[in-house]
Design a protein around this ligand. Structure first.
Ligand code: AKG
Ligand code: FE2
Length: 313
């Protein structure tokens, strides 16, 4: 699904895109301080991940991408700009915390951080508005989901994909790896409710349809791609399925995308909505805490990977 007329000026996206491209093109030594391993609080969650260090789908190749991730921090949320950090309720604070180190922005140049944070703030406004449309479409009142996004789990991934090198030019790889499809980011679904995705004009994003065919989600200037995530599938009892997607950058050019993952606050829970159930319809999914769900998904991903590695050994 694409959305247009969303109210965020194209120039805001383009400025953030150019700033990100400049940063990713800089030498590794300049990006290394932001490496996710250097985060004191959120190791492995926020920060920079160098090329070929991620492998989202073990049946496919290692991801040919670099990324810069960041999680929700209330100090950047326009909804809370005038509130004090001490006012965050205790049950929320367990999961939502302001990182006083400011990592990873504290170790990246302003030229990069400023436009990306500015865009993120516009996306916070847009997403809260979209949530109301989803609520109405799901038979709820317009504001019934608002509360789940008061302290939301809105993460960002800025993705940089160098072109995939044709197989004949690749260095020697292990036999098993050679047979796997080469991907920029492997096939996956996003964990949360929905993802707002900005992509540049290079192309390479693909989504799987119900017939099992990969469709190209071609770039359309001024639009955002909306992918449903796992929570959406759960709250709608499978009526709105999460979108399986991947990126394969065969363009010969570098590609940049910015993904904004929209999840309920991690202190919230996620269960099938009464309003989507037909008479007598059974719930396919139980109620689960959002924090538990994210942990379970990460564990599932690691488990599959371990299983494959063990069977290859
Ligand atoms: O780069 C893209 O178009 C998709 C990125 C993506 O799927 C992700 O970051 O989860
Ligand atoms: Fe994704």
């Amino acid at each position: 699904m694409y959305i247009s007329n969303h109210g965020i000026p194209l120039s805001l996206f383009q400025t953030a895109q150019n700033a990100s491209l400049n940063w990713f093109r800089s030498p590794l030594a300049q990006k290394e301080p932001a490496n996710t391993n250097n985060s004191l609080k959120n190791k492995g969650v926020v920060g920079y991940r160098p090329r070929q260090t991620q492998h989202i789908n073990p049946w496919e190749s290692v991801d040919v991408r670099e990324s810069f991730s960041w999680r929700y921090d209330p100090v950047y949320d326009p909804l809370h700009s005038s509130s004090k950090l001490e006012e965050i309720p205790a049950h929320v604070k367990k999961y939502v915390d302001h990182d006083s180190d400011g990592f990873p922005w504290s170790v990246t140049p302003k030229e990069f951080s400023q436009p990306v944070i500015q865009l993120y703030q516009s996306i916070l406004n847009l997403g809260r508005w979209l949530v109301r449309l989803f609520a109405l479409a799901l038979g709820l009142g317009e504001h019934d989901l608002d509360e789940k996004f008061t302290w939301p789990d809105v993460g960002i991934a800025v993705n940089y994909y160098p072109p995939i090198i044709p197989p004949q030019q690749q260095h020697q790889e292990a036999e098993g790896e050679k047979q796997k499809p080469k991907v920029s980011i492997g096939s996956h679904t996003d964990f949360q409710l929905f993802t707002l995705l900005y992509q540049d004009n290079v192309g390479g994003l693909q989504v799987l349809n119900a017939e099992g065919q990969w469709l190209n989600a071609r770039p359309v200037e001024g639009t955002l791609v909306v992918n449903f995530g796992d929570y959406m599938q759960r709250i709608t009892n499978g009526k709105w399925m999460s979108t399986v997607h991947r990126v394969v950058n065969h363009s010969g050019r570098e590609r940049l995308s910015m993904a904004f993952f929209w999840g309920f606050g991690l202190h919230e829970s996620c269960g099938v909505l009464e309003s989507v159930l037909e008479e007598g319809e059974e719930r396919k999914y139980g109620e689960i805490g959002c924090w538990e769900w994210v942990q379970r998904r990460i564990e599932m991903m690691r488990g599959v990977k371990r299983g494959l590695e063990e069977s290859a050994a």
